[in-house]
Design a protein around this ligand. Structure first.
Ligand code: HEC
Ligand code: HEC
Ligand code: HEC
Length: 90
């Protein structure tokens, strides 16, 4: 019983700090970008591809960072959207 409570507490604590939504909506005037975070986590494994300073909010997030990081990788890997309207949807 004690063990269960501890586990539940750990899960709740984890949910508050370390879980991100499966799909993160990134707002932009061009049209918001629905970013499939979980899919990228599972596919790329390496968090550092995007989280240089560790998981959590990305301070640099914005046009320059996103186009370099997101579009850059898609171009390099020849996989994933590279045209404006494939990322920026209404
Ligand atoms: C392809 C890029 C990419 C990869 C790979 C990635 N993330 Fe993220 N992650 C993001 C973006 C973008 C955000 C949104 C950041 C923001 O809103 O400042 C985010 C947000 C998060 C957040 C939520 C921050 C918050 O409070 O809303 C956590 C936690 C997180 N990521 C953990 C991870 C972990 C752990 C991994 C590796 C298993 C990982 N991420 C891999 C891009 C990525
Ligand atoms: C791989 C996905 C992707 C592609 C392709 C892409 N963008 Fe973006 N763009 C983003 C993301 C993500 C952001 C940052 C959103 C944020 O800061 O939350 C962004 C930000 C922007 C912004 C600044 C946000 C604002 O509110 O003004 C503009 C303008 C923009 N993009 C235009 C374009 C144009 C034009 C193209 C095509 C030449 C393009 N984007 C292609 C993902 C993409
Ligand atoms: C290090 C490489 C890498 C980075 C960084 C990366 N992606 Fe991707 N992304 C991929 C690959 C590879 C695919 C293709 C997945 C597939 O076809 O199954 C993809 C697919 C996608 C898709 C289409 C998903 C689908 O289900 O068809 C979107 C949308 C996307 N990425 C947005 C983003 C955004 C926004 C960012 C930045 C916050 C980003 N990606 C950063 C590698 C990356």
């Amino acid at each position: 019983m004690k063990k269960t409570i501890i586990t539940m507490f750990a899960l709740t604590a984890f949910a508050g700090t370390a879980f991100a939504a499966d799909i993160i909506e990134l707002p932009a005037s061009m049209g918001k970008v629905a970013f499939p975070h979980k899919k990228h986590q599972e596919m790329l494994k390496d968090c550092k591809k995007c989280h240089e300073k560790g998981p959590g909010k990305i301070a640099e997030l914005g046009k320059d960072w996103a186009h370099k990081t997101c579009k850059g990788c898609h171009t390099e890997m020849k996989k994933g959207p590279t045209s404006c309207k494939d990322c920026h949807k209404k």
